[in-house]
Design a protein around this ligand. Structure first.
Ligand SMILES: [Zn+2]
Length: 112
């Protein structure tokens, strides 16, 4: 049996496919982790969380306003499909991953 035959057999095993995909997956996750760690830097003026951009006031506290991470403009309150009020960007249609009611909790988490 030649190597090609062995590889053809291995390709039919789902676990083998998962194993061979791991290096790519690890690279993607490491990149994502680096982005997240960079966004957690304490001296940062803004962070992106759950589809929204948060900015600091000059005193270091977080603004009560939610910005679009793509357009950098303020997002508007808008009823989501779930019926909850969410934040949406009127320019690109981007939507926050949290509801209006969850904003105080989001701001608290940013300060922790
Ligand atoms: Zn936008």
């Amino acid at each position: 049996m030649v190597v090609d035959d062995i590889l053809k057999i291995l390709e039919r095993i789902p676990l083998w496919k998962k194993l061979t995909a791991l290096p790519t997956r690890v690279d993607a996750l490491e990149k994502r982790l680096a982005e997240l760690e960079a966004s957690k830097a304490p001296d940062q003026d803004s962070v992106v969380r759950d589809g929204a951009l948060f900015k600091r006031n000059s005193d270091g506290s977080w603004q009560n306003t939610v910005y679009c991470p793509n357009c950098k403009t303020g997002m508007s309150k808008f009823p989501a499909a779930t019926g909850e009020m969410t934040f949406i960007c009127s320019h690109c249609g981007g939507e926050s991953g949290f509801s209006v009611q969850e904003l105080p909790e989001m701001l608290k988490k940013l300060s922790d």
